[in-house]
Design a protein around this ligand. Structure first.
Ligand SMILES: *Cc1c(COP(=O)(O)O)cnc(C)c1O
Length: 375
């Protein structure tokens, strides 16, 4: 298996390693230390937003942002049916109900045309997710939010560096959440950040992530807070990685260009769509088997790739496949586009460490299965 090509292999910069050593050598290993503030300021500046509040992971970022937005028991939050579990789990943590809206068939993002029919007097927030690094059609979302007086929290966990009409994802809603998990475009191992231009919201997020100590007296608590602090060790990695973010985004785009060139003529394989308004950062290179593909199932396709040393992952599963979500939508309710793409989609190896040679091997393996090898 020496030629095994993993679905994700991260790149860790020398600066990140040096920073970690500095943090270790100086003893600043917990959540106090210079790297935490440097990382928050640096990442916020990169996005062009006022405030960055680091947290322990992207799920925590969503939980904090929803609480900042005032989401509580009995409220409803609009989330895409096609997303990673953290988006809806964070809503459930608040005692609120995730209300699922189907996605568009081309970008797999929350479909703005289907949102208004799901808005009720209990709806408080919309959470658009820039899925696989392709920006959501934000103007439509913001217009609906304005009309119904809703707060918008972008889930930008897969979209570091992505842009909507020239503006960075994460700078468009009232609040936005990032993840720095190992397979994300910028990583700290585990980590996350809430970002916002709203100073009061930022204040509240800082309180919530650190046990909600009273301003008057530390260790006096007027509200429920959490320990969602990022460590200085993790922030040390983040500061080093942030120096390379443009490079990482460019690498993702280069990877997608290569895959697109090599795979464009494979009949029955649907490649990613990019809208005119979008700078897509291809968190994962996501493909789908066409519904006209009757030669083999997705499972057979993935198994044959695996035999040739090519690792892949399924798309996220639909809410209708999640036993834990049974109480959150009507029996018989369907999400046809999400269900279809969830059954036909997968991602090819897409890590930042991927080489041209590996991309070529993956493409050859794919073409071989479709009997259209160029060899
Ligand atoms: C990764 C991810 C998260 C959660 O981030 P963690 O750091 O793993 O908690 C949330 N939303 C989306 C869309 C993600 O891809």
């Amino acid at each position: 298996m020496s030629d095994f090509i993993p679905v994700n292999e991260p790149l860790i910069s020398q600066e990140a390693k040096d920073n970690v050593n500095e943090a270790l050598n100086t003893g600043w290993i917990s959540s106090a230390g210079k790297f935490v503030e440097e990382f928050e300021k640096g990442f916020a500046a990169y996005l062009g937003v006022k405030e960055g509040i680091s947290v322990s992971n992207g799920t925590a970022a969503l939980h904090v942002a929803l609480r900042v937005a005032g989401v509580t028991t009995g409220d409803e939050v609009i989330v895409p049916a096609f997303t990673m579990a953290a988006t809806w789990l964070a809503v459930i943590y608040c005692g609120a109900k995730p209300v699922f809206v189907d996605c568009t068939p081309d970008t797999y993002n929350l479909n703005p045309d289907l949102i208004e029919e799901k808005i009720t007097s209990k709806t408080k927030v919309i959470v658009p997710v820039h899925i696989y690094g392709h920006p959501v059609d934000m103007d439509s979302i913001l217009e609906i939010a304005k009309k119904h007086d809703l707060i918008v929290i972008e889930d930008a966990a897969e979209a570091h560096g992505a842009e909507y009409k020239g503006k960075k994802c994460g700078s468009l809603g009232d609040l936005a959440c990032f993840s720095f998990y190992g397979n994300k475009i910028l990583t700290t191992g585990e980590g996350g950040m809430v970002v916002t231009n709203n100073v009061e919201m930022a204040y509240k997020a800082r309180k919530l992530k650190d046990l909600y100590h009273s301003d008057k007296k530390r260790f006096i608590h007027e509200q429920v807070g959490y320990n969602y602090r990022l460590t200085n060790l993790q922030a040390a990695v983040g500061c080093g990685e942030l120096k390379h973010i443009e490079e990482y985004v460019a690498k993702k785009q280069w990877m997608a260009k290569k895959y697109n060139e090599l795979l464009k003529d494979v009949p029955g394989l649907i490649l990613p769509t990019v809208k005119d308004y979008a700078k897509c950062v291809y968190w994962m290179f996501a493909v789908q088997l066409s519904i006209f593909n009757l030669q083999f199932t997705k499972e057979q396709f993935r198994a044959r790739l695996k035999e040739q040393g090519v690792d892949t992952r399924d798309f996220f599963y639909a809410p209708t496949d999640q036993p834990v979500l049974k109480p959150y939508f009507k029996t018989g309710e369907r999400f046809p586009v999400t269900e279809l793409i969830a059954s036909r989609g997968l991602y090819l190896p897409s890590g930042l460490a991927i080489t041209e040679e590996q991309i070529k091997s993956v493409a050859e393996a794919v073409k071989g299965i479709y009997n259209c090898s160029s060899k």
